[in-house]
Design a protein around this ligand. Structure first.
Ligand SMILES: NC(=O)c1ccc[n+]([C@@H]2O[C@H](COP(=O)([O-])OP(=O)(O)OC[C@H]3O[C@@H](n4cnc5c(N)ncnc54)[C@H](O)[C@@H]3O)[C@@H](O)[C@H]2O)c1
Length: 243
């Protein structure tokens, strides 16, 4: 299939490599200050555009791709305040958009494990729940989109938790029933997420530790293959089913 890349940074390059290995053609790459390429014939010829840019630019990239009639698969994190606008474009204006806060298969298995464990731990109020995530120093948003997905699943499954808070934003007014999330930025770490349950007696931890970006990139290419020819707002649950 024909793929356009919006954002030609670390993820864009990794996706290009994997897409070519899977026999796809990269028909257009658009990086910062190349907006005019959205109206090019090469961009319009793409079956799907894969977008990995930055929180600030994501929404205008989606809008530009939609105007050109090209469905979007996006992994950019930190833009979710605009989620309803994008869902409405899909539901009311026939657009196609696939979003995942994390495209790796392993992380999606980890999401399922987090869901199961948090439902179980709802029954054991002696455990204090917290979360940590570590990423490379170039990451612009904190906590990570993956951490937010994990936190929101915990919030919906555990009655004693009502929302999450980034540790650096905690004040004396922060209620005790918020899930504490710590974000660390170190070196070139691709992404580590740990959910911690701590009681007087013991600690239970689950961790996902990405070894490279290739798992995210493969998932994004698989999502593009899945998205071709479909309509509406799509996500990993549509592609992988209920794990
Ligand atoms: N969902 C996932 O599985 C997943 C995995 C890894 C990274 N991410 C997210 O993907 C995004 C990109 O990550 P990265 O590591 O490739 O970052 P990066 O900084 O290496 O690359 C981003 C690229 O986007 C370009 N860019 C910025 N503004 C643009 C614009 N308006 N139009 C087009 N291009 C623009 C930059 O010049 C850069 O080349 C981040 O938000 C990151 O959190 C998501």
């Amino acid at each position: 299939m024909k793929i356009a890349l919006i954002g030609y940074g670390k993820m864009g390059h990794e996706i290009e490599k994997i897409a070519r290995e899977r026999g796809h053609e990269i028909v257009c790459t658009i990086d910062i200050n190349e907006e005019e390429k959205f109206s090019s014939d090469s961009f319009k010829s793409a079956d799907v555009a894969i977008e990995f840019t930055s929180p600030k630019s994501a929404l205008s990239n989606y809008t530009n791709a939609f105007k050109a009639g090209v469905p979007v698969v996006s992994g950019t994190t930190g833009w979710l305040e605009h989620l309803d606008e994008i869902k409405s474009e899909c539901d009311n204006n026939g657009k196609t958009f696939f979003y995942a806060s994390n495209f790796s298969l392993g992380v999606n298995i980890f999401f399922a494990l987090n869901n199961y464990l948090s439902k179980l731990m709802n029954l054991f109020p002696d455990y204090v729940i917290s979360m940590e995530e570590t990423h490379h120093i170039h990451k612009l948003d904190a906590p990570s989109g993956t951490a937010i997905t994990l936190a929101e699943d915990i919030v919906s499954n555990v009655d004693r938790i009502n929302g999450w808070v980034l540790e650096e934003n905690i004040t004396t007014d922060t209620p005790d029933n918020k899930l504490k999330v710590k974000s660390f930025r170190e070196g070139e770490v691709p992404g580590i997420h740990t959910v911690i349950y701590e009681s007087e007696a013991d600690t239970i931890k689950i961790t996902h530790d990405a070894k490279s970006r290739s798992g995210f990139a493969l998932g994004a290419v698989l999502a593009a293959e899945f998205t071709k020819g479909k309509k509406g707002f799509l996500g990993m649950k549509d592609m992988l089913g209920d794990l």
